[in-house]
Ligand binder design. Structure first.
Ligand SMILES: [Zn+2]
Length: 185
């Protein structure tokens, strides 16, 4: 299975709006391989040499629908440099609770499946709790996330129900500020 900027399902493809199906846990070998291939993509995508050689677009996460597989599988790898990496390999992730407070990235969001720029704040929950099966830990987990990590998790979980980041941008006023929200640099 090759994943690169040519094979990624883009937002002009109706499949990107479809809902993904739950998978059985513990994972089948097939689903485990899909997740690991997705994680390799995300890790390699920020490697300057590999990303150029293999036509990868830098990313921090990917969902299976983006490679044309309608299963609830998500791989995330956030590189914090000296502070290490935060990685998740999730099956059936779902948000079980969230803060009333919102948050958004100061510079907006992008997506492997979206080639055009969509400017504006992508308003999300500041803090979330996510239940999932984690294929790295090989068990059901409850993730407490805030900050950038919470944004990435919500972006990827959205893909599983066919939502894209620009669905959350205020159409009349894309840069409308929420004085109570956390603005993430
Ligand atoms: Zn995306």
């Amino acid at each position: 299975m090759i994943i690169n900027n040519e094979t990624i399902v883009k937002d002009d493809d109706p499949r990107i709006r479809l809902k993904s199906e739950k998978v059985a846990v513990p994972l089948t070998d097939e689903d485990d391989t899909i997740l690991k291939t997705m994680l390799t993509y995300v890790r390699d995508s920020i490697d300057p040499i590999k990303s150029k050689e293999q036509n990868l677009r830098p990313s921090v996460g990917i969902s299976a629908v983006q490679i044309g597989i309608l299963k609830q599988l998500v791989a995330i790898s956030i590189d914090y440099g000296e502070d290490g990496k935060k990685e998740y390999l999730l099956a059936n992730p779902r948000i079980v609770s969230h803060s009333a407070q919102n948050a958004y990235l100061k510079s907006g969001e992008g997506c492997l499946s979206v080639d055009q720029e969509h400017v504006g704040y992508v308003v999300r929950h500041a803090r979330i709790k996510v239940k999932a099966y984690d294929a790295l830990a090989k068990k059901e987990v409850l993730i407490h996330a805030d900050g950038y990590e919470a944004i990435v998790l919500q972006h990827e979980i959205d893909h599983l129900s066919g939502r894209l980041f620009y669905d959350h941008i205020n159409k009349e006023d894309p840069w409308k500020e929420d004085p109570d929200a956390v603005v993430i640099e």
